[in-house]
Design a protein around this ligand. Structure first.
Ligand code: EPS
Length: 390
C-alpha cells in the first residue's frame, strides 16, 4: 500500500515528504529527482521567489547505497527564503512586532475560508500552508514513483495546452511532448512554438496590468497496461483516483479525462473509440483508432495512453488587487498583495505529473504486489504474458 504525506510552510525552514510502500531494490537517481524539482521551478510568469530557491531533495531515510530498502522514505527540501523569515515566522514565541500579518483576504485564495475555519485573526498561517510551494514536496516523492513506474516501462510527462485564452487545438503526440523534457528554456512548456509565443505575449500583458492568468495542462502516461483500477468499488476507479489527485493541486478547479468535456456535447458515435484486432506492438492485439476515453473505460486502464487535463484558475494574488475587507476593522479595503507568480501552468503540470505517477504507482502495486522489485517485476511480467495469450 503506497501512502504519502507532506509537511511544511512556504516560508518555514523546509518542506518534508513521506512515502511508504515502495518495494525494496528500486534504484534511486538523485540527479533525476533534482531535475524534476528544477522542472517544477521553471516557466515564464513565475515571481521572484524562484530566483531564491534551488530545490534539492535531501533524502533522509528509506534509501541506502542508492536503492530503496522497503522502509518509509522521508525527503527534506530546504526553503532558502527561510533566512528572510526566521524572525517573522519563528517556531518559538518570538517577537510579535515582527509578525507579518496578511491583513485582508485575497478573493480566490484560501485566506478567508482558512482564517474562519482555524479561528485565526488574519491569514498568515493559512497562506503558509495553502501555498503551492507545498507541491515541491509532492514532486520529490512523485519522482520516486516515476522511477518505480519506469521499471514497468511506464512514462509520465506533461505539456501546456492553454494559457490566457490561447490554446493548442489538436492532440499532441507523445513524441512531441517528450522533446519538451530536455529543454533548458522551458518557457510555457507548450509543444506548439507558435502558440507558445502567443501565450508568452498574454503573460506579458498581465505582467504589465498587474493581473494574473490560469490555463490548462495535460498529463500523459504512456505504456500503462490494461487493468489498473477497477469498476468494482467507487473509490477504486482509476479515473476517480486521478481526478482527486490532480484536483488536490493548488489552483486546479476542474479535471478532464480524455475528451471528457466535449464528449458531453457529442453523440455516442462521435465519442467512443471503436475496437479492432490486429497483430501489433503493445499489451494485446486489441487496437483503437483514437483515444477519446483518455486510456480509461469503466474506471479501468484500457492500455491506451492515459490523458488527464487540469484546469487552473488564475493566480489569486493580484498586483492590482480586488475588493476585500480588513480582518481587524471590517472596513472595505483592497486585498493584500504579497510577491507572487502571475502564471504557473507549466509548474502545475509538473506537479500533476507527480500526482499521476503516485496514483499509478499505487494502483500498480495493488495489482502486482511485491516487497522487492524482483518480486513486483516478476508478477508484472507474468501478467503481461497472460495478456499476450488472452
Ligand atoms: C505562492 C506565492 C509565491 C510563489 C509560491 C506560491 O511565493 P512567495 O510568497 O514566497 O513569493 O512563488 O510558490 C513557490 C514558492 C513554489 O515553490 O512554487 C502562493 O501564495 O501560493
Amino acid at each position: 500500500m503506497l501512502r504519502y504525506y507532506t509537511a511544511g510552510e512556504s516560508h518555514g525552514e523546509c518542506l518534508i515528504a513521506f512515502l511508504s510502500g515502495l518495494p525494496a531494490g528500486l534504484k534511486i537517481d538523485q540527479e533525476f529527482v533534482d531535475r524534476e524539482l528544477w522542472r517544477r521551478q521553471q516557466g515564464y510568469g513565475r515571481g521572484g521567489r524562484m530566483k531564491i530557491e534551488r530545490d534539492h531533495a535531501h533524502i533522509l531515510s528509506g534509501v541506502r547505497h542508492g536503492l530503496t530498502i522497503g522502509s518509509p522514505i522521508s525527503v527534506q527540501i530546504e526553503n532558502r527564503d527561510w533566512k528572510n523569515w526566521q524572525e517573522s515566522l519563528p517556531v518559538g514565541e518570538g517577537d510579535p512586532a515582527k509578525h507579518r500579518r496578511v491583513a485582508s483576504p485575497r478573493p480566490g485564495h484560501a485566506d478567508l475560508a482558512g482564517a474562519l475555519k482555524y479561528n485565526f485573526s488574519e491569514a498568515r498561517y493559512v497562506l503558509e500552508r495553502a501555498s503551492a510551494r507545498e507541491s515541491a514536496a509532492r514532486v520529490a516523492i512523485g519522482a520516486l514513483a516515476k522511477s518505480f513506474l519506469r521499471e514497468l516501462g511506464i512514462r509520465v510527462l506533461s505539456h501546456v495546452v492553454a494559457t490566457g485564452g490561447v490554446s493548442v487545438e489538436k492532440e499532441v503526440p507523445w513524441e512531441r511532448i517528450e522533446t519538451l523534457y530536455g529543454k533548458e528554456d522551458v518557457l510555457l512548456n507548450c509543444a506548439d512554438p507558435e502558440a507558445e509565443q502567443r501565450m508568452k505575449e498574454e503573460v506579458d500583458k498581465v505582467l504589465k496590468t498587474g493581473d494574473s492568468l490560469g490555463g490548462v495542462f495535460e498529463v500523459v502516461a504512456r505504456n500503462v497496461p490494461p487493468g489498473l483500477g477497477t469498476y468494482a468499488q467507487w473509490d477504486e476507479r482509476l479515473d476517480a483516483m486521478l481526478a482527486a489527485a490532480v484536483m488536490s493541486l493548488q489552483a486546479v478547479k476542474a479535471v478532464e479525462i480524455g475528451a471528457g468535456v466535449t464528449a458531453a456535447f457529442s453523440p455516442g458515435s462521435a465519442v467512443h473509440d471503436e475496437i479492432g484486432y490486429s497483430a501489433r506492438e503493445g499489451f494485446t492485439a486489441f487496437s483503437r483508432t483514437r483515444n477519446h476515453a483518455g486510456g480509461i473505460e469503466g474506471g479501468v486502464s484500457n492500455g491506451e495512453e492515459i490523458r488527464v487535463r487540469g484546469y487552473l484558475k488564475p493566480i489569486s494574488t493580484l498586483r492590482r488587487p480586488l475588493q476585500s475587507v480588513d480582518f481587524a476593522t471590517r472596513e472595505p479595503v483592497k486585498a493584500a498583495y504579497e510577491r507572487s507568480d502571475v502564471c504557473v501552468v507549466p509548474a502545475a503540470g509538473v506537479a500533476a505529473e507527480a500526482m499521476v505517477a503516485l496514483t499509478l504507482a499505487k494502483c500498480a502495486l495493488q495489482k502486482f504486489g511485491g516487497d522487492s522489485m524482483t518480486e513486483t517485476c516478476r508478477n508484472y511480467r507474468g501478467y503481461c504474458e497472460q495478456l499476450k495469450h488472452y
